[in-house]
Design a protein around this ligand. Structure first.
Ligand SMILES: NC(=O)C1=CN([C@@H]2O[C@H](COP(=O)(O)OP(=O)(O)OC[C@H]3O[C@@H](n4cnc5c(N)ncnc54)[C@H](O)[C@@H]3O)[C@@H](O)[C@H]2O)C=CC1
Ligand SMILES: O=P(O)(O)OC[C@H]1O[C@](O)(CO)[C@@H](O)[C@@H]1O
Length: 386
């Protein structure tokens, strides 16, 4: 691999192929995917794959070119690719990061051994405090290799990103058409934590680093406005019998409830971070329009999955509730939480899980748990929301 514009992307899934690979290829970079799926690797080695940008108005097909792939199982090849790269991304899902760490650490150690200069590892993941976690993983792996972890890591930035583009799992018919075909929405901005970078930022126009603003603003905006409103749409939509997000958000009653649930944290974030309120409200409105993209066929199942995790303290619902209680009005968040509790119960969650959520809600503001119980039909274990 020649020095220049080479990016290594761990994970050639929805985000890897659908977002990171596309942005870097469009900017003239060579993209080397690392993936655990040998069939996908074989397909990507052909050097290009089809990529559809889908909007309600129509689909634009293009081919992402200039790519290759390495199987994750070939640790020596992965190590070499990392040591020669100019930037590294991960988009494997949080639970897979420990498996990526050994070859990533080895490649970084090789690079340090030849004084290869600074390098940034960007985390294209939905992961709270991901940089801390990955630094810890790399430190452990470097220790195992007998490398001086502090010296190697002094030259390595671990950079969190906020992935706003929505990319559904490819359908069966898309997979039959081409095993690497991916369909994405048009949105293509990629905010990242520029303060964490050690190397020059890649010349990819969609990479947005704002040194003036704490990156927590972007992660909170993503979780409390985007993910929370999206999930409320899924729960309200499921109750109304919808399978997909677009028809759910097109229902005027659901739209108004979700709009209120997104505007409250948008206003709260504007106050907390001293940002213009109209920009945050415009961001929420843009998201509502993006949820209505019928061509994306995003499902209430994907967006609403794992309600127990989504109802944990600090997660999209209870984190937004706490934020809004401090800076705005928490009540528009309650319908989504009430339906989340129903989903959790339907998936086998017991009364202890409900009690834990109610206790957290009550700790945010006395009386709020009673309002939630009332919304759920009067009983702490109530089964239906009116
Ligand atoms: N799909 C979406 O709309 C969005 C996803 N995200 C986040 O982006 C990350 C990736 O998500 P997706 O691309 O949707 O998942 P995905 O499941 O489509 O892709 C993950 C890829 O990683 C590969 N992989 C798993 N273990 C690996 C390993 N040890 N080494 C190399 N490759 C490995 C898998 O084979 C798969 O191709 C997750 O953290 C997710 O939460 C964030 C925003 C949007
Ligand atoms: O991946 P999770 O935590 O289940 O949450 C789903 C959310 O994440 C995304 O896939 C990416 O932010 C959104 O499209 C969706 O709202």
């Amino acid at each position: 691999m020649s020095r220049g514009n080479n990016v290594v992307v761990f994970g050639a899934g929805a985000v890897g192929r659908g977002f990171i690979g596309e942005l870097f290829s469009d900017a003239g970079w060579r993209v080397t995917f690392v993936d655990a799926d040998p069939e996908l690797v074989a397909v990507l080695r052909s050097g290009s794959y089809p990529h559809d940008t889908v909007a309600s108005a129509g689909t634009v097909r293009k081919y992402v070119t200039g790519c290759t792939a390495v199987p994750a199982q070939d640790q020596a090849a992965v190590r070499r690719a990392v040591s020669e790269a100019d930037a590294v991304f991960t988009s494997v899902g949080a639970r897979n990061l420990p498996r990526v760490a050994p070859a990533l650490a080895a490649g970084l150690a090789d690079r340090a051994a030849v004084d290869g200069g600074p390098m940034d590892v960007y985390l294209a993941e939905n992961l709270h405090e991901g940089a801390k976690l990955v630094r810890g993983l790399l430190s452990t792996e470097l220790g195992t290799l007998g490398a001086e972890a502090a010296t190697v890591l002094a030259n390595v930035g671990v950079v969190e990103c906020s992935i706003g583009r929505m990319i559904p799992v490819p359908t069966e018919s898309q997979r039959r058409e081409h095993p690497a075909l991916v369909a994405v929405e048009p949105y293509r901005k990629l905010p990242f934590d520029v303060a964490a970078c050690r190397a020059p930022v890649p010349d990819v126009p969609e990479l947005l680093g704002n040194p003036e603003l704490d990156f927590a603003f972007f992660t909170e905006r993503k979780l409390y406005v985007h993910n929370q409103g999206h999930c409320a749409t899924a729960y309200l939509g499921a109750r109304a019998g919808h399978c997909e997000i677009a028809p759910a958000i097109s229902d005027p009653d659901i739209l108004e409830q979700v709009r209120a649930a997104m505007h409250a944290p948008a206003r709260a974030l504007a106050r907390k971070y001293g940002q213009p309120q109209e920009e945050l409200i415009a961001h929420a409105e843009d998201l509502l329009a993006r949820f209505a993209n019928t061509a994306l066929h995003d499902t209430v199942e994907r967006v609403g999955r794992d309600p127990e995790r989504k109802l944990q303290p600090g997660e999209r619902f209870l984190g937004a509730l706490r934020l809004c209680n401090q800076w705005d009005d928490p009540r528009p968040l309650l319908p989504g939480i009430a339906l989340g509790l129903e989903q959790q119960a339907a998936q086998g969650g017991g009364s202890a899980a409900v009690a834990a959520v109610l206790a957290d809600v009550e700790s945010i503001s006395p009386g709020l748990a009673a309002a939630l119980v009332e919304l759920r039909g009067g009983s702490p274990r109530g089964t239906s929301q009116r």
